[in-house]
Design a binder for this molecule. Structure first.
Ligand SMILES: [Zn+2]
Ligand SMILES: [Zn+2]
Length: 346
């Protein structure tokens, strides 16, 4: 049994790699999606079709408002790795962006109805036929032979949204009340299957603690201010009081308010950075395009290093007063430091 599973895992590893690529593409387009697994599957083994149980990944999402399913499969030959299928009403079919599928052989079908779109010159006639069919729901389906094709379709189907460089890439996964495993790439998302708000949807009215503008938080008190870029945390004032930092921003609300007033970007002071070290144990910053790390070793010793150098300090005071970059004390050149923050994983 175990060797059978290993065999299947090896067999399907390319499928899982492919689905990861598609998910990354969805992530970069901020498309909410669900990853679901279909279990029963037929494969051809030694010229015999056998039914096996193996979780085949499928992505469900909406592209430009149209219910979309992307199924990936074993490459049985060079021209097939899966399919993309759109489910839509007849009205939506008339305005469907067929251009996104121009180089494909497309099947359009309902329960009783099937036609193939091979030549784009026939498109208008085919749309007309479909709209006259008795079907209320139609599917548009095409076979896919590379991940690049899927990425191209996603590119063409999704309107380019203006994303400010400030916008962080974020992704959360959770099990929705509809029992689907959902992955959404924005904090304002809804379950792409049942439409229920995600638990992290920003919908609680609030006032930004830094700039004073109106903003939205989630039910847990998390959120980010679109005006000043501050990221809220439920207990930010008490965290500042107790540890002299905020999380995940590091810079304290008090410092952030001063910086906002002066029109400066948020940046932790050297002292806040060290407070962060004692809170989180691993920190990083940039100086002169070089990444530096500061972390604890054996609980006591503070290591300060880059790929070029390494320094050791025995205490907070020792680090604070003596850490240096090329003999220039860190405390004196803190204004040159960029992005001091908690160590980012990955
Ligand atoms: Zn749901
Ligand atoms: Zn704000």
């Amino acid at each position: 049994m175990k060797s059978k599973i290993n065999e299947l895992n090896n067999l399907y590893s390319s499928v899982l790699d492919n689905i990861e690529q598609v998910r990354r593409c969805m992530g970069s387009h901020h498309i909410d999606h669900a990853l679901v697994f279909l279990n029963t599957h037929h494969i051809k083994l030694d010229n015999e079709i056998v039914r096996i149980q193996y979780p085949i990944p499928t992505i469900l999402c909406k592209l430009n408002g149209i219910q979309t399913k992307i199924g990936l499969d074993l490459a049985t030959n060079e021209t097939y790795i899966g399919f993309i299928k759109f489910t839509l009403t007849k009205e939506d079919l008339l305005s469907f962006n067929f251009e996104a599928l121009r180089s494909f052989r497309i099947g359009i079908y309902g329960f009783y109805y099937y036609q193939e779109l091979v030549n784009f010159d026939d498109l208008e006639q085919i749309k007309l036929n479909a709209s006259r069919s008795g079907e209320s729901v139609l599917h548009i389906k095409t076979r896919i032979s590379s991940i690049k094709q899927i990425e191209n379709i996603i590119d063409k189907m999704t309107e380019k949204k203006e994303t400010s460089s400030q916008k962080r890439f974020s992704m959360i996964s959770y099990v929705c009340d509809c029992q689907q495993q959902i992955t959404i790439d924005t904090y304002s998302g809804q379950c792409p299957i049942c439409g229920k708000d995600s638990p992290h949807k920003r919908k609680v009215e609030a006032t930004c603690s830094i700039c004073g503008r109106h903003c939205l938080k989630d039910q847990y008190g998390n959120g980010e201010c679109e005006n000043c870029g501050w990221q809220f945390e439920r207990d930010e004032e008490s965290l500042e009081k107790a540890r002299g930092i905020s999380y995940p921003m590091l810079v304290t609300p008090t410092t952030a308010r001063e910086q906002f007033k002066k029109g400066l970007p948020f940046k932790a002071t050297f002292n806040e950075f060290i407070n962060g070290l004692y809170f989180y144990s691993e920190m990083q910053f940039e100086h002169d395009n070089i990444m530096y790390e500061v972390y604890f070793e054996h609980d006591e010793k503070i290591i300060f290093c880059s790929s070029e150098m390494i320094q050791e300090y025995s205490s907070r005071e020792d680090f604070q007063n003596n850490a240096h970059i090329n003999k220039r004390l860190l405390k004196d050149i803190w204004h040159e430091v960029k992005n001091p923050n908690f160590m980012q994983c990955g």
